[in-house]
Design a protein around this ligand. Structure first.
Ligand code: KG4
Ligand code: ZN
Length: 352
């Protein structure tokens, strides 16, 4: 095989002449293997997701080595299924997109290697995509009329960012968590409450019958005039509270703890997002797994008032999926940004 046969610039220039771009996208940054085909950035022809939750549940969180192996096992079948659902063959695909970071290095490598092999074998342009950018771009699929500029809250298991989306692929970070991500804090408290992984949706269910004002917000960091966030103090205070109850053999309501912890996490996220949107006079979009939370959606709607439009992606577009990666890749390609076969997994890949 002659690796020099692959010329990404030439492939991109050829592709530029086409009016219809079917991008095949792969996502494998954490515990979901996902493949999607996205036409012209916003039309999802097929999107398949294989969740590994059952494999990780017994360990109470994602085990990186297991995640990598599961991606290897799932990816071939998932590709076949996605092509079949879209009614397409590989000959109909014009470009290959893949998440190259941030995420678990072994997990990312599975997707990146697979995407590179596909791009090389089919002689197609390759686009490495940042996972956080994918979560932002999920909003373009959910809301066909959405165009930058807008403000996006990205709240996932690994990140909590408030982002000013200035243009396609043009971002300014207004605020970020100084410690735990919102999803990470929810998962940790859920675990102490004896809930299975991933804790966010389980905690949301338990919170439905609890008192959201059972305890007050400890600490003052989140009250400052800035858009950074912090969840670690709140998380530690709640975990200590649970341990104290247990040490003293005192009864407590798991529902009340779940409801009040979720309430304060939601309060921090929604307050900061609404404040930033007001200050910069921007509409609001949200993304990432935590964006599926109903209490968060409600709080953002209430706090932002009628001052701006709010875009909520459907729940499947909040969690990890490959359609969002295909969308982000389309806007990168349109600006002539593509990768070579030296693309590598970058667990610390930053967008800002
Ligand atoms: O975006 P995502 O699927 O993966 C990462 O990029 O991290 O986000 C996963 C996170 C987990 O922490 C999970 O508990 C949380 O999103 N999550 C939720 C809900 N659904 C998922 N948190 C709160 N409420 C939910 N309904
Ligand atoms: Zn994610």
């Amino acid at each position: 095989m002659n690796i020099l046969r692959y010329d990404s610039k030439k492939l991109f220039l050829e592709l530029e002449k086409k009016r219809e771009w079917n991008i095949l996208a792969i996502e494998s940054s954490c515990d979901e293997t996902a493949v999607a085909i996205v036409k012209n950035g916003r039309e999802v022809l097929a999107s398949e997701i294989h969740s590994q939750i059952e494999e990780h549940k017994k360990y109470g969180g994602v085990v990186p080595e297991i995640a990598s192996r599961q991606h290897v096992l799932a990816i071939d079948t998932l590709l076949d299924r996605t092509l079949e659902k879209a009614g397409l063959g590989l000959q109909d695909i014009n470009a290959i997109a893949v998440t190259c970071g941030p995420g678990l290095v072994g997990a990312l490598l599975v997707g990146v290697s697979y995407a590179k092999a596909l791009a090389y074998a089919r002689n197609l342009p390759l686009i490495g995509v940042n996972h956080i950018e994918g979560h932002i771009c999920a909003n373009y699929i959910a809301n066909q009329e959405l165009k930058p500029p807008f403000l996006c809250l990205v709240a996932s298991g690994g990140h909590s960012h408030i982002v000013h989306v200035k243009g396609y692929g043009e971002y300014a970070l207004l605020g970020a968590t100084r410690d735990d991500a919102a999803g990470e804090a929810l998962d940790k408290v859920a675990r102490v409450l004896g809930l299975p992984y991933p804790g966010g949706p389980e905690l949301e269910r338990l919170a439905l019958t609890g008192d959201p004002l059972f305890f007050k917000m400890p600490g003052s960091f989140n009250a400052g005039e800035h858009y950074d966030l912090s969840f670690s103090g709140l998380k530690t205070a709640v975990i200590n509270m649970i341990h104290k109850y247990e040490q003293k053999g005192q009864e407590y309501s798991r529902e009340d703890i779940a409801a009040s912890f979720q309430h304060w996490v939601v309060e921090v996220l929604s307050e900061k997002t609404a404040k930033a949107a007001e200050k910069f006079n921007l509409d609001i979009a949200i993304g990432g797994g935590v964006a599926a939370n109903t209490a968060l959606r409600k709080a953002i709607s209430e706090k932002a008032g009628g001052g701006c439009r709010i875009y909520f992606p459907e729940k499947w577009l909040c969690g990890d999926n490959a359609a969002m990666i295909g969308c982000a890749a389309y806007y990168r390609l349109k600006r002539g940004q593509y990768s070579g076969l030296d693309l590598n997994a970058d667990p610390g890949f930053t967008l800002f």
